[in-house]
Design a protein around this ligand. Structure first.
Ligand code: RP5
Length: 162
């Protein structure tokens, strides 16, 4: 694998089962990445440090997942000009709609590319990050094309009985 260009961050250890989906897809595509717990509320200095150094460390895209009052993706977008992809983690109380709205409704000037709630959203965050890197990496672009063709080929034309 090449230099680490994608950072996956999440607000809590409890987000990892969801955010692992992003890491797994990047592993499948052979994209180097790092994974960190960075909480907007519990470790604000860690958040600030991560955002302040991300460009100089060579990161190109940040995937940020959080649940509930999910301020991590937006705060990270306020601290770095790198593209931030937000993943709303599903919550027990409000099923992740709280996470979704917290991440989605950014003020003009500080975009966060917001994915769907939960594991599917995390997987898509990994894919979107890889697609961004593939704009300037033809070998990764070829691997993505293969992955997409393989997914397409796995879908049957007709439904089967159980
Ligand atoms: C958020 O609070 C985290 O992103 C997590 O989704 C949620 C609950 O965190 P824990 O109480 O499980 O640590 O900050």
């Amino acid at each position: 694998m090449d230099d680490i260009q994608i950072g996956i961050i999440m607000g809590s250890q409890s987000d990892w089962p969801t955010m692992r989906e992003a890491a797994d897809i990047l592993d499948t595509l052979g994209v180097a990445h790092e994974v960190r717990i960075v909480s907007a509320h519990r470790t604000p200095e860690r958040l600030w440090e991560y955002g302040a150094t991300a460009v100089d460390r060579g990161l190109k895209v940040i995937i940020a997942g959080a649940g509930g009052a999910a301020h991590l993706p937006g705060m990270m977008a306020s601290k770095t000009r790198l593209p931030v992809i937000g993943v709303p983690v599903q919550t027990k109380a409000l099923s992740g709609v709280d996470s979704l709205y917290s991440i989605l409704q950014m003020p003009r000037g500080y975009p966060v590319a917001t994915m769907a709630i939960g594991a599917g959203g995390a997987a898509n965050a990994g894919l979107l990050a890889a697609e961004i890197l593939a704009l300037s990496d033809p070998r990764l672009a070829a691997r993505l094309d293969d992955w997409r063709a393989s997914l397409s080929a796995s879908i049957p034309e007709t439904p089967q009985d159980d």
